[in-house]
Design a protein. Structure first.
Length: 389
């Protein structure tokens, strides 16, 4: 009996010596696309969350309400498909019991899962560009990246003014994302004094764009607009357009994808392409993130990644201020109060009320870059309020 008591006491002492967060784990769901056309985006989102988790775990865990939590990222692949997205959401919400998600990646997956996440008060941080992503009726939905609605007018105006873009043709996915982007782009070109004169829609799994491109080129366009296409798909379009003999300008008004486009199409095909860029490598904070990402994953990140890193850190700060990792209503309320937040992308604020009725849209700076020898060279610096200079 005495021996048993001694063993029990030893066990209790050993347990007390363990780090507090060893017994408390905070799961963050990564509801992202890890295969297929949108994989570069989804991987960037997941990796950003992992790096933010590494940061707090290295400091001993996330301190919330007097308790320390080890942050664990639980990732599943939704394959950029609405049906698969619902399966992933159900697994994360009902099996893994997560209250916070990074993702979903696209508009169609997001709209498919919001009935689940909103009903169960699960906070999401989407890459989906649809204007239906955010509203007063969706208090747990947030977006860390600016969309075509926020930046297209400024960027297209700069393209028309500085490069004489007059008659553009766009290839758009035939889904919620593509329809919204085509609408916003058409309005932006018209307002800037140009024209989005041709719009061709395709199914996401398509790889042969020669018939669509041939039809577009026959309409006498001077510019091909790649906005809205996944990185690898945009690379295929660029490659096939050049192979058809198109000598005009290729632009990508939204969505960072330069590394992937160059990888698929080759440096020569993309030389001179003007792209939307979300990173300024000359910024010390941004460079630090890029170096950290490269050190862990041995590859450069897709440009969306830093925004999700900043968002995840902001989410952790909101949890600290709310004093809870379970009450998402309190965490959401604290998240939108974070103004002038210093992130790797610069000074961040929340916006969106004018367009969506709620300030759940993160306002970040953006850039217009020209691809030279396979790399982005910043040609204009832009904000949602002041435009591009």
């Amino acid at each position: 009996m005495h021996r048993f008591a001694h063993l029990t006491l030893t066990t209790l002492i050993a347990a007390a010596a363990l780090p507090a967060w060893a017994q408390d784990t905070l799961k963050i769901g990564a509801h992202v696309t890890l295969s297929g056309p949108g994989a570069a985006w989804g991987q960037a989102m997941k990796n950003a969350a992992e790096l933010a988790a590494d940061r707090v775990n290295a400091a001993g865990g996330l301190d919330v309400g007097g308790k320390k939590y080890k942050v664990a990222i639980v990732a599943y692949d939704d394959k950029y498909q609405a049906g698969e997205a619902v399966t992933v959401a159900n697994r994360l919400v009902f099996e893994d019991k997560v209250k916070f998600m990074i993702g979903p990646t696209g508009s169609a997956p997001l709209l498919a899962v919001q009935p689940i996440t909103e009903k169960n008060q699960v906070m999401t941080a989407t890459l989906g560009f649809t204007n239906k992503a955010l509203s007063n009726e969706k208090p747990y939905s947030f977006r860390p990246v600016i969309t075509t609605l926020e930046f297209s007018e400024h960027q297209v105006t700069w393209l028309v003014k500085n490069h004489g873009v007059k008659k553009a043709g766009a290839l758009c996915p035939n889904d919620e994302t593509g329809q919204v982007l085509a609408r916003d782009l058409e309005a932006a070109y018209k307002k800037a004094g140009g024209e989005l004169s041709v719009k061709e829609f395709y199914e996401r799994d398509r790889v042969d764009f020669v018939p669509l491109l041939t039809r577009m080129l026959a309409r006498g366009i001077d510019t091909i607009e790649l906005n809205g296409n996944s990185p690898s798909t945009a690379g295929l379009m660029t490659k096939q357009a050049r192979e058809l003999g198109f000598k005009g300008r290729i632009v990508r008004t939204g969505g960072p994808a330069t590394a992937e486009i160059v990888g698929v199409a080759g440096k020569e095909a993309v030389e001179g392409t003007l792209v939307h860029a979300v990173l300024d490598p000359s910024s010390p904070a941004t460079k630090s993130y890029l170096d950290m990402y490269m050190a862990k994953y041995k590859t450069a990140p897709n440009g969306f990644s830093p925004a999700f890193y900043d968002y995840t850190n902001m989410l952790f700060e909101a949890m600290r201020k709310a004093g809870t990792v379970t009450d998402t209503s309190r965490v959401s309320a604290e998240l939108v109060k974070l103004r002038g937040y210093s992130g790797v992308l610069g000074t961040l604020d929340w916006t969106g009320k004018a367009n969506y009725g709620v300030d759940h849209q993160l306002a970040v700076p953006f850039y217009i870059a020209e691809i030279r020898n396979g790399a982005e060279v910043v040609r204009a610096r832009c904000t949602v309020v002041q435009g591009c200079k």
